[in-house]
Design a protein around this ligand. Structure first.
Ligand SMILES: Nc1nc2c(ncn2[C@@H]2O[C@H](COP(=O)(O)OP(=O)(O)OP(=O)(O)O)[C@@H](O)[C@H]2O)c(=O)[nH]1
Ligand SMILES: [Mg+2]
Length: 624
């Protein structure tokens, strides 16, 4: 719904972007156009005046950062003022700090979306907050209104107050609170009747219900499509009965964005939620900074500008540019350039900020760029790699000979020793290793896919998340090398897999128990990252160690192909558990349990391998 406004503003700033220095005339001209754009978008006149005055005050006399253009500087100031006008940074959450049952009263004009929003809210509180919600309709104006809410309640899988004919709204409200208390509900949502316009009778009814139930939140539902009328409605309601928050519905429509912008300034009440569709999950928190970004239509380019201004030393950059022109740009210079860029945050963090560029989402950019090295490698491999050890020019001659001899010996041993494929599939050792590999895979994939999301849940920005997520990964690389080396030196395999697996399981369980406590959670995630990466490469020594030359290949193929099913199952399981419980805690405990099972199965596989050895020994000896 902010498209019209964003198009206009982007047009204004596009014209400013190319210029070197910004004169007072430029500022004046830009602000004139901002004013027209805001008025066009149906922002109330006093709000526009105030807005322009604030931007002008900050723009004139502001020190222009050396690394951004004056136009970008103005965009930044407009963005800041927009966020303030919309209510400051961050969403204002619903107030649920009260003894249960917490009454939430929904008020508003006819057809604004009260009943629909009541259903959406009930679903959200049941799913995300795990609260027991009771829905009650106080709408005695429209015959079918109470049934409408009962249906929505059924969809949201929450109970609704049984309908008793002939009761007044106040009586229904009191009954709802009684049931709420008696039956242990956490939240009681009271949906009132709407009127065509604000009238005495409506306000009186709302006042009486308020007095009878003392709601913790009185949410005014307004239709964004009605523009300035929505703002006037909100003002009248707030003055008459007092509202604690505003829900703007039909933000999915093509309403002009102005109402949202005027709302806070004129009513003083925060917009807490927005409705973005008719379905029950179409309810979102209202984030002023996101809306401001959308109005300016440039993803998070502002953040990029800000960060660039902080870190790139303009003089240094100019020096490098001059060097480049003279063709004297060396590795040293390249390193210094890289250092400046790394100061800006990790690759995915920066790419996430390119959100919207060339019509692609930030995450699409992340995937595109991340695929590039793999594609490059695929193109190079056929030319660099050779077919057999004899041609491997990167090995020393004696290394080549050793490897060839080893392979020959294994081949000789394998002839006549190989067990049938069915026999391998049925062997206890292969079955145990396959199950163990599936379970370890759950740990690996839960870690790979959900680590950033788990960290993000702690409330960090994308950039910080990408830094933090890199720590367990780096520890994983270290763990992998240390454990593999130790295993190769000692020749011991089973414990080198079992112990990291056990540690990873304990780490996952610790993660589940410490969700929401940043330090403890990060330490647990580091333990998981390090241990699970250490367990994986060493694991592949087990099939060769246990199965012998003739059966190892088929065994490895079985374990690998069946075992990789965890790549499909693990994200499903974690996602489902997260949606069902609202946190990652249960999912981490379950995955931790599975990895623990893997740690228990590994020694059993080793024990059963002795049996398989016997199987091979029973085969006729190989011809000399
Ligand atoms: N597109 C869209 N439609 C919505 C949204 N919220 C509500 N609606 C639709 O608006 C219509 C009216 O919604 P209701 O919830 O019945 O409105 P109400 O305020 O309870 O109406 P009364 O009880 O008659 O005063 C329904 O068709 C809803 O599906 C929204 O965010 N987006
Ligand atoms: Mg209704």
């Amino acid at each position: 719904m902010f498209e019209a406004l964003s198009d206009k503003l982007t047009g204004v700033f596009d014209r400013l972007r190319g210029r070197g220095a910004l004169s007072e005339m430029d500022v004046g001209e830009a602000l004139r156009e901002v004013r027209v754009a805001l008025l066009d978008a149906d922002v109330a006149l006093p709000v526009v005046r105030d807005f322009i005055a604030k931007v002008r005050e900050r723009a004139v006399g502001a020190e222009v950062l050396s690394s951004v253009t004056p136009g970008q500087q103005i965009v930044k100031i407009v963005n800041d003022v927009l966020i303030e006008a919309l209510g400051g940074e961050g969403a204002v959450p619903l107030n649920l700090n009260a003894p249960a049952p917490i009454p939430i009263l929904m008020v508003g004009l006819q057809g604004s979306g009260k009943t629909t929003t009541s259903g959406k809210l009930a679903l959200r509180m049941r799913e995300r907050l795990r609260r027991r919600v009771l829905l009650a309709s106080l709408d005695t104006q429209r015959p079918a209104a109470q049934l409408q809410l009962a249906q929505l309640a059924e969809q949201a899988q929450v109970p609704s107050l049984p309908i008793v004919a002939g009761q007044t709204p106040v009586q229904i409200a009191q009954r709802a609170m009684d049931v709420g208390r008696r039956e242990g509900f956490d939240i009681v949502i009271l949906d009132t009747a709407g009127r065509l316009s604000i009238d005495e009778a409506l306000m009186e009814e709302v006042k009486q219900v308020r007095a009878a139930t003392q709601p913790v939140e009185t949410l005014l539902v307004v239709d964004a499509m009605t523009g300035q009328d929505a703002v006037n409605t909100a003002k009248a309601f707030n003055e008459a009965v007092g509202v604690t928050g505003i829900v703007m519905t039909r933000m999915d429509g093509d309403a002009r964005g102005g109402a949202a912008l005027s709302m806070r300034a004129i009513t003083g009440a925060p917009i807490k939620l927005i409705g973005v569709g008719e379905k029950q999950d179409a309810l979102e928190d209202f984030h002023p900074e996101r809306v401001a970004g959308r109005i300016l239509g440039q993803g998070d380019i502002l953040g990029l500008v800000e960060r660039a201004a902080e870190v790139v030393d303009q003089e240094e950059a100019e020096k490098l540019a001059a060097k480049m022109m003279r063709g004297k740009f060396d590795l040293e210079d390249y390193a210094s350039q890289l250092k400046q860029i790394t100061k800006m945050g990790s690759l995915s963090g920066i790419l996430g900020m390119l959100h919207g560029w060339m019509g692609l989402q930030g995450w699409q950019w992340v995937f595109l760029i991340e695929a590039a090295p793999a594609l490059l490698l695929a193109a190079i491999c056929p030319f660099v790699l050779c077919d057999q050890p004899a041609d491997a020019h990167w090995l020393a001659p004696d290394e080549r000979r050793w490897l060839q001899d080893r392979l020959l010996a294994e081949q000789r041993q394998a002839i006549g020793h190989s067990a049938g494929v069915l026999q391998i599939l049925r062997s206890t050792c292969v079955i145990l290793l396959t199950i163990a590999y599936i379970c370890i895979g759950f740990g690996v994939y839960a870690n790979v896919f959900f680590l950033p999301l788990i960290i993000k849940d702690l409330g960090y920005s994308n950039i910080i998340v990408s830094y933090l997520a890199a720590i367990p990964a780096a520890l994983g690389a270290a763990g992998m090398i240390l454990v593999s080396r130790s295993s190769d030196r000692s020749g011991e395999r089973m414990l080198h897999v079992t112990i990291p697996t056990l540690v990873a399981a304990l780490g996952l369980i610790m993660t589940g128990l410490t969700i929401g406590r940043p330090l403890a959670e990060m330490i647990s995630l580091c333990v998981v990252g390090c241990a699970i990466s250490a367990a994986l490469p060493t694991f592949w020594n087990l099939p060769t160690a246990y199965l012998g030359a003739g059966t190892a290949a088929a065994g490895i193929a079985t374990i690998n192909s069946v075992g990789n099913i965890s790549g499909y199952l693990a994200p499903q399981l974690v996602g489902l558990l997260r949606d069902a419980t609202g946190t990652y805690a249960v999912a981490m405990l379950v995955v931790g349990g599975m990895v623990l099972l893997a740690a228990a199965l590994l020694p059993l596989a080793a024990a059963s391998a002795r049996g398989l050895g016997a199987m091979e020994r029973e085969q006729p000896p190989a011809p000399a």
